[in-house]
Structure formats: C-alpha cells, structure tokens
Design a protein around this ligand. Structure first.
Ligand SMILES: NC(=O)c1ccc[n+]([C@@H]2O[C@H](COP(=O)([O-])OP(=O)(O)OC[C@H]3O[C@@H](n4cnc5c(N)ncnc54)[C@H](O)[C@@H]3O)[C@@H](O)[C@H]2O)c1
Ligand SMILES: [Fe+2]
Length: 381
C-alpha cells in the first residue's frame, strides 16, 4: 500500500487555549487587521467584543462578521467578503458554518474573485490566501483540519470549494467554548464527527495514515459523547469529543466520506436539516447493509468503537444514538417530499463521489431502498 498524508495545521488544544489568540495572531508577520467570522450566538454572548478588545490591545484592528444563520449561503459569503476588505487575516469561531465561511472568504478576499469562481473546482484557488486561524465550537464538522468547504449556491443546492489553499494555518481547540452547545446539537455534531472517522476508516480510499487519526477519533467519541450530551459542563468529555472531531477532520481530509454523507447531502438538497442529524439518519439506515461487506477495515473500526466485530456495530450504534437522545425524525419541511425525491437527489452528479467511495457497490435498487427507509421516518421536528 502507498499513500500520502495531507498537511495538518498547527493545533493548540486545552481549556482556555483561546486566551492565546492575541499572541497567536501576532506570531504571523504583518497582521494589522483581521476579519473575525463568528457564530451569531457566540457574538451575542460577548465573545466578539472581548476578542476585538484583546486584539486592539496588541495593535490589531478587528472587523466582525456574524450576520449568518444556518448553513452558509452565497449571500453570506458576499457579505463576509465585503466586511473583510483590507484584512490581512481571517479568524473563524463557531461551528462548521462559521469556519467554512472564514476559509472561503480568506481565498476570495486575497484574489478578488467570487466564491462561484471556485465552486466545484471550476478554477484553481489563489496560492496566497489570507492567513487563517480556525476555532471550532461545535465538535462535529472537522472543518478546522479539512480542505473542504460547503455552502449553498444560488439555486439552494449544496456546493463545495475544495483545496489546500482553504486550510487553516492554525487551529485552536478550547473545549470550554463547546459547553454552551445544547444537548441535541452536541449529539448531532458528535455523530457527524463519528461518521467522518468511520467512513474515512472503512471506505474504498482508506489507508493506514488516515486510520491512525480515524481510529483514535472513534475511541474518543464513542467513549465521551454520551457524557458530553448528558453533562454539558464535563470539560474532559467535551475535550475528548472536540479532539475526536478534529482528528476525524484529518481522516476525511485524506480519504473522504461514503454512503451516509451521500444521503445527508441528498436530504439537504430537498430541505433544511442539520447536517449531523441527516448524516446520523443516513448512517443508521445503511449500516446493517454496509457491515455485510465484513472487511478487515470494518472490523478494525468496530474494535476502535469498543465492540468485537463489524456485525455488532448496528446494534451498538443504534443503542448509543438512543442514549445520546437522538430522535429519528426529519424536519417538518420534508413533508412534501417522498422517497422518489430523495432517490433522485442521491443519484445527482454532485453526490456520486460519496456513492462510489462506499466499500460496497451501491446499486440503484439499494438507493431506492435506502431512500424509502429514510423517507418513512416521522417528519415532525
Ligand atoms: N468543511 C467541512 O469539512 C464540513 C464537514 C461537515 C459539515 N460541514 C458543514 O458545516 C455546517 C454545519 O456545521 P455545524 O454542524 O458545526 O453547525 P453550525 O455551524 O451550522 O451551527 C449550528 C448551531 O449551533 C450554534 N452554535 C455553534 N456553536 C455553539 C456553542 N458553542 N454554543 C451554543 N450554540 C452554538 C449555532 O449558532 C447554530 O445555531 C454545514 O454547512 C455542513 O455542510 C462542513
Ligand atoms: Fe459530515
């Protein structure tokens, strides 16, 4: 087997790691102004004002952008680019939405191009993007360590911008920042991270380099997520899930995802649904079928989850999702849609890489069956 491991940013982990931000900003040459892309909840809690004041003390001007909600849309990216004119660096603080906005606009501000110029790899990214510091507060997407960035294009469909140029230069992991994340989001995001690790460790692209991070992520997340959901102030559990999510980001950055993410992106093409919940529903619906492949990689992933074999995984995952309080239900916005709609989205060209990377061949009949089982779920949250 031959493989390479893509670049991993500098990572600083620890409770109160955020207090090192001003010194970290100053450690980069010539930074006089930053664009702070910060989640609205955190901005309103006073964090944007606190960071701006601390950066002012070291002579750095801050422009705050927090005017976005839900998954990033093209209009949010345009507004962030306008806010960030003149910045030398982008700091992203929040969930995957804040981080993806920050990583994309660091490229667009440097080049003067529109995000659509780079969507779906239409054109090469600029070689000298603005410097980026990424600080996740959800423990789910792994965007802080990946070269992937997701946003909704002009027609509302999920698009991606991919490239090492979008990667963070520095990642700060401070578990205290995740304490305010509500239980349902803690569980949904944690499952997203878990599935990143699982899919990267078991799909057709997997290799030992990614498995090193993925298996550690599986261990950390399966042992700590339930505690983080039930005891939000447990900083050790929060830290384990945050570190697991970061390692899972490294794993998908190397090997990508698989069928659960095909379903989750397909669902997002129909209506608004949290990415972690959609991915968890897709994972549970396909895991029994997937583990029939019984590969050494599936069995190694099972062991990292603390169970003896791949065959035990479906029962383990369903029980664990129950204990983490995950209700198997789609948002009410999905009421007008049926299994044919979901199957069509699962077959859409942009979702084929995730279908193809799945360790088993995903036939059209499989797609129809999975779509039927997902759309049979209650539509009520
Ligand atoms: N770049 C990647 O590799 C990658 C991977 C997976 C998903 N994604 C994308 O990431 C986005 C989803 O990100 P997410 O799941 O982190 O959610 P999010 O960033 O959309 O945030 C979800 C909610 O959590 C709130 N929140 C965030 N941090 C909080 C905190 N500490 N306390 C209280 N509330 C907090 C936000 O205000 C928001 O309401 C989607 O657009 C998805 O497509 C990207
Ligand atoms: Fe994901």
């Amino acid at each position: 087997m031959s493989f390479s491991i893509s670049a991993i940013p500098d990572i600083r982990f620890g409770e109160d790691a955020l207090s090192g931000l001003p010194a970290a900003v100053k450690s980069f040459d010539g930074v006089g102004a930053v664009l702070l892309v910060i989640d609205a909840f955190l901005a309103q809690s006073g964090l944007a004002a606190k960071i701006s004041a601390e950066l002012a003390e070291v002579g750095v001007k801050t422009q705050v952008f927090s005017d976005f909600a839900g998954e990033p849309k093209l209009a949010h990216l345009h507004a962030a680019i306008a806010a960030g004119q003149g910045a030398d660096m982008v700091i992203g603080i929040g969930g995957g939405s804040a981080l993806d906005i920050g990583k994309i606009v660091a490229c667009c501000i440097a080049s003067g191009e529109d995000p659509m110029h780079y969507a779906l790899a239409a054109n090469p990214l600029p070689k000298n993007p603005l410097k980026k510091i990424m600080i996740p507060t959800t423990a789910g997407t792994g965007s802080e360590t990946s070269a992937t960035n997701i946003f909704a294009g002009p027609e509302g469909k999920k698009l991606w911008i991919w490239g090492p140029e979008t990667k963070a230069d520095l990642v700060i992991l401070d578990p205290a920042l995740t304490k305010t994340l509500p239980a349902n989001l803690t569980a949904w995001c944690g499952l997203d991270a878990f599935i990143h690790a699982f899919e990267a460790a078991t799909n057709r692209n997997t290799h030992r380099g990614a498995q090193f991070y993925a298996h550690q992520a599986l261990r950390l997340i399966t042992s700590a997520l339930e505690t983080a959901v039930k005891h939000p102030d447990d900083i050790a559990a929060r830290g384990d899930v945050l570190l697991g999510s970061c390692f899972a980001g490294i794993a998908i950055d190397n090997c990508g995802t698989a069928i659960a993410h095909n379903i989750s992106h397909a669902l997002a093409g129909l209506g608004p649904v949290h990415h972690g919940l959609a991915t968890a529903l897709g994972f549970e619906a396909t895991l029994g079928w997937l583990v029939e492949a019984d590969t050494p990689e599936l069995n190694a992933a099972a062991k990292a989850c603390g169970v003896r074999s791949a065959a035990e995984l479906p029962a383990f995952v369903s029980g664990w999702m129950d204990r983490c309080g995950i209700t198997r239900s789609l948002p009410v916005a999905f009421k007008p849609f049926n299994d044919t709609d979901l199957a069509r989205e699962m077959r859409a060209p942009e979702n084929q890489p995730m279908r193809r990377s799945t360790i088993r061949d995903v036939t059209d009949a499989d797609i129809d069956r999975f779509a039927a089982s997902i759309m049979a779920l209650p539509k009520g949250i």
